[in-house]
Write a protein that binds this ligand. Structure first.
Ligand code: THU
Ligand code: ZN
Length: 360
């Protein structure tokens, strides 16, 4: 149990070294991202191929057991389509994968889907395949646990990992039970088929809840429920603070030694980060807020609604006058500013920070 806890918390040294050692590094962040994207496109193509090949099975439907054969194919189709859908939802909402092991598991999963569609033996085998698939999903999430990501992402992945483990055990037990029922009449095949269908669909519910949680938080925000934020920090506040803290580690602050990180949330729910960048002539300094909002502009996104600024200080620091002016021009007086430190998050509206802002 303790070993499992250590593994799921991402703290196992050997495992960590093995998994992180397989992280893709082409020496350039942009190239890594492009490679990642092309892998996901490849996986989508493979899903499409599996779906197409599955149609061949329609020619092999046995006249004696048409319902079972058709049900079998139908369940396999539901599984593949749901998996494709949530695979993409997961790769968009979840942490970016850049690990050779997770790519390999993706490919293995595709092979499993193919097998599921083409297997016409006893249904126990189908259940057995599902157990193996959940095991692969578990391994996939485990690889994600060891990816460098912030606290919230890691919590999500850990929950997903646990759910996968529960399903490995559950479907393993059902497989064993069906194996014992093997000797019974044909009607038990329906029980197996129903068990598989229930497993496929019920597995997706907790997983999608875990991975879409952030979207719900964002939803609340863009629907103007900013009054929620007048009290204690929300999950989104903490998430922005965490992102700002993470990016502050990248600051180029060799002149002042003052590292700043900023994470800005756009109206459409995306987050952009930036850090301060100092140059030897002093005057070229780029502020963390400037870097974050320029990322938002470059992405062509909508207006900023909230920004977290993280500093490694005792007291929280709000943005300087120049940044307040820039933020005002893009986000208006209602933009929420969070001044964050290791232990505190303080909040102010831009209207309070720059009461009579300049505009042309
Ligand atoms: N800095 C920011 O990044 N944002 C602000 O609003 C205030 C100051 C940075 C610039 C410089 O690199 C360091 O903090 C010290 O001024
Ligand atoms: Zn500034």
């Amino acid at each position: 149990m303790n070993l499992l806890k250590t593994i799921l918390s991402g703290e196992n040294r050997i495992l960590s070294r093995v998994i992180r050692g397989r992280n893709l590094n082409l020496g350039d962040l942009e190239k890594n991202k492009r490679f990642n994207k092309s892998i996901h496109e490849l996986v989508t193509i493979m899903f499409a191929v599996v779906l197409g090949l599955g149609l061949q099975e329609l020619d092999h439907i046995d006249k004696e057991t048409p319902c079972i054969d058709f049900g079998f194919l139908f369940v396999a189709y539901i599984a593949v389509i749901l998996s494709w859908w949530f695979y993409h939802k997961g790769t968009i909402a979840g942490p970016a994968e850049s690990n050779v092991l997770s790519y390999s598991i993706d490919c293995l999963l595709i092979v499993f889907y193919w097998l599921m569609m083409h297997w016409r033996g006893h249904l126990c085998w189908l259940l057995f395949f599902y157990t193996c698939m959940f095991l692969l999903y578990f391994l996939w999430e485990l690889v994600r646990v060891y990816q460098p990501s912030d606290q919230i992402e890691r919590e999500k992945v850990k929950h997903a990992c646990t759910i996968n483990l529960v399903f490995v055990v559950l479907s393993g037990l059902i497989t064993a039970a069906c194996w014992l029922l093997k000797r019974f009449p044909e009607s038990d095949k329906y029980v197996c088929l129903a068990a598989v269908a229930i497993l496929v669909v019920s597995y997706r519910i907790p997983i999608s809840i875990i991975y879409s949680r952030r979207a719900h938080i964002d939803d609340g925000l863009w629907k103007g429920q900013q009054e929620m934020n007048s009290g204690s920090p929300t999950d989104m506040d903490r998430h922005l603070a965490e992102r700002a803290k993470m990016v502050s580690a990248k600051a180029r602050a060799h002149l002042s030694g003052f590292r700043v990180g900023a994470a800005v949330l756009s109206e459409s729910g995306n987050i952009y980060v930036g850090c301060n960048i100092e140059f030897d002539n002093y005057s070229n300094t780029i502020h963390a807020e400037e870097a974050a909002i320029s990322a938002l502009i470059v992405a062509g996104d909508s207006k900023p609604v909230k920004i977290a600024v993280f500093t490694h200080t005792e007291e929280p620091c709000f943005p300087c006058g120049m940044c307040r002016q820039s933020l005002f021009e893009l986000g208006g007086k209602d933009l929420v500013v969070l001044a964050c430190t290791e232990t505190r998050i303080e909040q102010a509206l831009l209207a309070e920070l720059i009461p009579s802002a300049f505009h042309l």
